[in-house]
Design a protein around this ligand. Structure first.
Ligand SMILES: Nc1ncnc2c1ncn2[C@@H]1O[C@H](COP(=O)(O)OP(=O)(O)OP(=O)(O)O)[C@@H](O)[C@H]1O
Ligand SMILES: [Mg+2]
Length: 400
């Protein structure tokens, strides 16, 4: 009978467990066909000597000299005696040797920066991961904390979050108050020297319920738990970047409480702009509520980033202009344009910074790097401006 066939079909589609298993196995195949390396097989980017010199803040001649007099180990040579490019770890050795590390002084406050907007899909994780990698390439000690159970940032480091990671390797045990003293247990090295990651997986969602339930029982101070965790490891870093989930929940509020700087990505579309207005209204309300319980965030800067910008669309151009008027100096001047290079890198679960060559064309990659470096460079200046020890240098560079 037709109905029984239909019933079988319905029963099949209702077997969520089987669907989940099938989806996971397809995902595995997609990963293989995308040739996306797993976390332990990832390679850090490399830099030819000219780029290395620029990043380290010394001339190529100074690098060669330090190599010939034994202060630095020269890179190995490949076929036809060509020097291999430098790894990030080698760049950091050079910075140590030349005294050009850009680290904060111990008395400067660690920068705890959340890339936040309650709207989904606006480019939070893309911005957070590229910013973390950019700052690591520039020599800072960076920790990226994935606070979202969707784990997009974690995925971009080569993890299959629900396969490779247990909940005990995420924020979850720490947020389940009292179990751990510090967040150190969750810190993982990444394939970028100087960049560490606290990963997430789906189980972290459990915290959302648990925190909400305990807060409903009057334990509002729990919103402080993430801030305490961040403080427990902050001595090790210059910058700690938080990638929160899109919804307004206990974790997002905890992120807001923990952060001392905010970057808010906003694509220039009417929908995203209007939800950002709602985000700001909620942010204002939330800050007042947190103030009432002595948990107000102390923000040293709040910046808006035009993200996923497609300026071939006249509507977007108009909105970008409007955003500049509304946000004024709080707007990051460089827009993060929508780029096929980012799109293609993400499709391989990778980032633009870890690839040594273009996914598209050299021209598209170079353009994309100009936006990314521009955006990250502006944020880097904001961060350094919060460090008293950096102020004289910023003034000398004409940046403060
Ligand atoms: N500048 C860009 N150019 C091209 N694609 C982009 C750009 N920024 C983001 N994307 C793509 O848009 C999608 C959403 O981006 P992303 O995951 O960074 O957003 P999100 O705000 O973190 O989302 P969620 O709210 O789900 O956490 C991703 O597929 C990402 O690759
Ligand atoms: Mg995200």
């Amino acid at each position: 009978m037709a109905t029984s066939v239909d019933q079988v079909r319905i029963a099949e589609t209702l077997d969520v467990g089987a669907l989940a298993a099938r989806t996971s196995s397809v995902l595995e195949r997609l990963r293989d066909s995308a040739r996306s390396a797993r976390a332990d097989e990832r390679r850090e980017p490399t830099f030819p000597i000219g780029k290395a010199a620029e990043l380290v803040g010394r001339t190529t001649a100074a690098i060669r000299e330090a190599e010939s007099d034994g202060r630095l180990v020269a890179p190995t040579r490949g076929e036809n005696n060509r020097r291999h490019a430098y790894s990030l770890a080698q760049l950091n050795d050079m910075r140590g040797t030349f005294g050009t590390r850009p680290w904060r002084a111990p008395s400067d406050p660690v920068s705890i920066l959340a890339v936040q907007n309650f709207k989904g899909g606006v480019g939070k994780s893309t911005t957070a991961v590229h910013l973390a990698q950019n700052l690591a390439i520039r020599g800072y000690r960076v920790l990226l904390i994935d606070c979202d159970s969707q784990a997009s940032a974690t995925t971009l480091f080569g993890y299959v979050p629900d396969l490779d990671l247990s909940e005990d390797e995420t924020l979850y045990p720490y947020l389940r108050e009292g179990e751990r003293e510090t967040l150190e247990y969750a810190i993982k090295k990444t394939h970028f020297d100087g960049l560490d990651l606290i990963p997430a997986n789906l189980r972290l969602f459990q915290s959302e319920y648990e925190l909400a339930a305990r807060m409903a029982r009057g334990q509002g101070a729990l919103l402080n738990r993430l801030a305490q965790g961040v403080a427990s490891v902050s001595d090790l870093y210059d910058v700690i970047i938080l990638d929160p989930p899109p919804a307004l929940g206990a974790i997002s509020l905890s992120v807001l409480r923990a952060a001392n700087a905010l970057v808010v990505p906003v694509p220039p579309t009417v929908m995203d702009f209007s939800s950002t207005a709602a985000f700001l209204a909620m942010l204002d309300e939330t800050i007042q509520e947190l103030e009432a319980v002595d948990l107000a965030p102390q923000l040293s800067f709040l910046r808006f980033l035009a993200s996923k910008v497609d300026d071939t669309k006249s509507m977007q151009k108009g909105l970008l202009e409007l955003m500049r008027q509304v946000f004024g100096n709080a707007m990051i001047r460089t827009p993060l344009k929508d780029s096929a290079e980012i799109d293609n890198a993400t499709a391989r679960l990778m980032t633009v910074y870890e690839l040594n060559g273009p996914m598209t064309s050299k021209q598209v990659r170079d353009r994309c790097l100009t936006y990314l470096d521009g955006v990250c460079g502006e944020i880097e200046i904001d961060i350094r401006a919060t460090w008293p020890s950096h102020l004289p240098r910023l003034r000398k560079e004409g940046l403060a």
